[in-house]
Design a protein around this ligand. Sequence first.
Ligand SMILES: CC(C)(COP(=O)(O)OP(=O)(O)OC[C@H]1O[C@@H](n2cnc3c(N)ncnc32)[C@H](O)[C@@H]1OP(=O)(O)O)[C@@H](O)C(=O)NCCC(=O)NCCS
Length: 186
Amino acid sequence: MAVELVDFRSITKAQRAAAGEILRSALAHLPSAHQGAGEAEAEVDLRWNDGDWLGSATLDGERLVGWVGAIRTYSHGWELHPLVVAPDRQRQGIGTTMIATIEARARQEGVLTMFLGTDDEHGGTTAFGYDLWADLPRYTAAIEASTRGHALTFYRRHGYQVIGLLPDVNGPGRPDILMAKRLLHL
Ligand SMILES: CC(C)(COP(=O)(O)OP(=O)(O)OC[C@H]1O[C@@H](n2cnc3c(N)ncnc32)[C@H](O)[C@@H]1OP(=O)(O)O)[C@@H](O)C(=O)NCCC(=O)NCCS
């Protein structure tokens, strides 16, 4: 069965439920990300009902295997949120296709900058477990993925740069990593 990308708001109720389940399972390493009862479903509903959000879903036959979205935050800047692939379908190129699709859509609408936050709550990067306030510029410039792996590697591969760290926002030593990419150069 061929994998296809469809508008998120065209999916069925069952596929919408699957979108919540993928959010929960793909982000299981992030305790604060949609892990409580009903939180992932509430996040799907929030995006679905937000007129400033647009998204796409990847279907393999009837099965939803990943989804991506963006929030129209600024006149020329969108926040990529979320981007998740079902755990058993990761590293098969699905994320790459979805990020390219949302970026193409953003360029069509004249967006210059795409940005995102990718948390480190599990020691996936060298910014985990430290008092980043002690030297934020140094930690920001030197950040790398640890052997545990982190989505940071995926985003760098797709041209995103680390533009900053938000210290302790998920608890002491657990930062959010802010990344951005230039989409259009006027
Ligand atoms: C990150 C994610 C969206 C990437 O989608 P994907 O379909 O798995 O990625 P692709 O197959 O297109 O690209 C794979 C490449 O991305 C990188 N990559 C993907 N996931 C990675 C991870 N967890 N750790 C390190 N690198 C990763 C690698 O470079 C990989 O290439 P490799 O398999 O040759 O090493 C997906 O793995 C996912 O949903 N992960 C969990 C949720 C998450 O962390 N989302 C980001 C929240 S901000």
